[in-house]
Design a protein around this ligand. Sequence first.
Ligand code: PGA
Length: 260
Amino acid sequence: MSTHRRPIIAANWKMHLTPSEAARYVASLLELMGTRMDTQTAEVEVVLAPASPALDRVAQALSGSGICVAAQNVSAEPEGALTGEISAAMLADLGCRYGIVGHSERRALFGESSELVSRKAAALLTCGIHPIVCVGETLAEREADRTRAVVETQLGESLAGIPEARANELVIAYEPVWAIGTGQTATPAMAQTVHELIRGHLRTRFGASGDEIRIQYGGSVKPENAAALLAEPDLDGALVGGASLYPESFASIVRAAAGL
Ligand code: PGA
């Protein structure tokens, strides 16, 4: 982790936790983080991304805590006859500070292209929400030695719609697809190699702002491996799936980030 980028630890609950379960989760997380919360949330930015129906309850329960809320998805369109979609303006009204776009599950299971991801990121920025843009290679791509090409292409296309002046509002999440939900984590050195490549891309694309953009790692982050991963210079946080579903393990990942 670098000294000038404030680490960001985000919980991606995916399609887990009903609004009532989410409210109970927040109560226990706040209790677990307790009196140390002021220090921890000052040193580390803590973000919860519940499923859409729980956003309102979670935002209200977190009010005044310093922990913020993220959406897991957004429509690229501002409004219209788009049954089932949720606009960036609606998410902003609910108090979302961040929005995840381009998660590999959306790319693989819902056919989202990088071009769509770029439009979604731009839609978020229009409403003052910071996009967390996910990229990452599959196992087949890594084995074919295509990690660099895949990540560069995803980044180029997914950030095409981002104006240079808004670059410092971005967060990038490097999530190797083979590490998501598999228990198989990239080693700190493997992750750092790709984060360095992403950093280089961001510098070329956005100049000095490229140094300000935080790059999270995601893929089987747990309390046991968080500190070693976050010790790498270009790992500025984590996007946590499975281990974020339990307040105890999520709190201990936050503690690991605060302790560095
Ligand atoms: P995981 O998920 O921590 O369960 O691997 C990470 C993610 O998909 O963001």
